[in-house]
Design a protein around this ligand. Structure first.
Ligand code: PLP
Length: 368
């Protein structure tokens, strides 16, 4: 009998279409200003580049799939033993795997909406049921409402802080409530892709708070944002116990973090001065960009990340999607999102001073 592939469970996965990335050759296509992917506009640490180049003669050999040098560095800085630290080809890979290791068909996952779609995608791959809880009006995960959505079938509870695409960061009290009240048969996943930015801004120390959790948990972090290594694909998960780390290892297709990425990430992680400089520049520009948007009448949501969510000026007739299309004609890429209301809002990655100014002036013309 004829059978349709992909199978139903896969066909039915709901996942937003990712933006087209059509680079010229292998270089980034410089004809567009990319303020749509939350990449860093700034180059990575020169030490990371140097380390990456130094590996180029060793492509014929598989990488160290234990990522031991990087694991040791993360362990030294966090105080977490290496057997609770896992690496992925970007933290997205780990978010899918965390859903797969916790969800049986029919189990439920409580997730905020809108949020980063990759953990929810993992829930769908695992044939779980997504229970989506709207964000607070300030763009932060609504922890009390999410706790209220837990049932006997809930096995995964996903928080994203700062939340992508809105930028809102959870306060300490909400994180502690989740740590205490998410049941012990439920994996608490906290996505901290923008951890370095929120820590720089004095945000809560999620990892320290988690030491009081009795049930299972995992925190995911990324080298794609503050470390400026998006094109290399490295992320890590810190988890409550070795059984989670072993589960992630079992689900891993094969060697997942490549030799070049591992070398660059290890050096980038060690280069604290470069990280601080990147954070200072990005946050300085975020403030300027936010002021520029406010001056144009936008509502700027609080953000502790490298992007801003901006609600449209009340006087404007153009929709968020119209603005995105018009900016695209001028070579500037940003994203529209269907939040917090019908009119939608914009998600704008903080870029260099020059790009931010160009964006603001094009935007001013579109609104005029
Ligand atoms: C960018 C991002 C990630 C994933 O990044 P990787 O490049 O896969 O490490 C995960 N979560 C959030 C919230 C993000 O914004």
């Amino acid at each position: 009998m004829k059978h349709l592939f992909p199978i139903k469970k896969v066909r039915e996965i709901v996942f937003p279409q990712p933006p087209v990335i059509a680079d010229r050759g292998f270089e980034v296509d410089g004809s567009n200003v990319r303020m749509n992917l939350n990449e860093s506009p700034f180059p990575p640490s020169p030490k990371a580049i140097h380390a990456a180049v130094a590996t180029l003669g060793s492509f014929n050999s598989y990488p160290d799939h234990g990522c031991s040098s990087l694991a040791a560095a993360v362990s030294r800085q966090t105080g977490i033993p290496t057997n609770r630290i896992s690496f992925g080809n970007g933290s997205g890979e780990l978010l899918v795997a965390l859903a797969m290791l916790s969800i049986e068909p029919g189990d439920e996952a409580v997730v905020p909406t809108p949020t980063f779609p990759t953990c929810p995608k993992g829930v769908q791959i695992a044939a779980g049921k997504l229970v989506s809880v709207p964000l607070r009006s300030d763009g932060v995960n609504d922890v009390p409402a999410m706790l209220g959505a837990i049932t006997a079938k809930t096995r995964l509870f996903y928080l994203c802080t700062p939340n992508n695409p809105t930028g809102g960061t959870l306060g300490q009290a909400d994180i502690l409530r989740a740590i205490e009240e998410v049941p012990e048969n439920c994996l608490l996943v906290i996505d901290e892709a923008y951890h370095e930015f929120s820590a720089h801004g004095g945000g809560p120390d999620v990892l320290a708070l988690l030491s009081s959790r009795v049930g299972p948990w995992a925190v995911t972090r990324s080298f794609s944002k503050a470390y400026c290594l998006a094109g290399l694909r490295v992320g890590y998960a810190i988890s409550s116990g070795t059984e989670i780390q072993l589960g992630l290892m079992q689900l891993r297709p094969n060697f997942n973090v490549n030799r070049v990425a591992l070398a660059a990430a290890t050096e980038a992680y060690a280069d604290k001065a470069h990280l601080e400089a990147t954070l200072d520049k990005t946050i300085g520009e975020r403030n300027r960009l936010g002021d520029g948007l406010l001056a144009l009448g936008f509502e700027v949501f609080p953000s502790q990340a490298n992007f801003l969510a901006a609600g449209l000026p009340t006087a404007t007739q153009v929709s968020a999607q119209d603005i995105v299309e018009k900016l695209k004609q001028g070579g500037i890429l940003i994203q529209a999102m269907p939040w917090p209301n019908q009119r939608g809002s914009l998600r704008i990655t903080v870029s260099s001073r020059e790009n931010n100014d160009r964006f603001l002036s094009e935007l001013r013309e579109i609104l005029a």
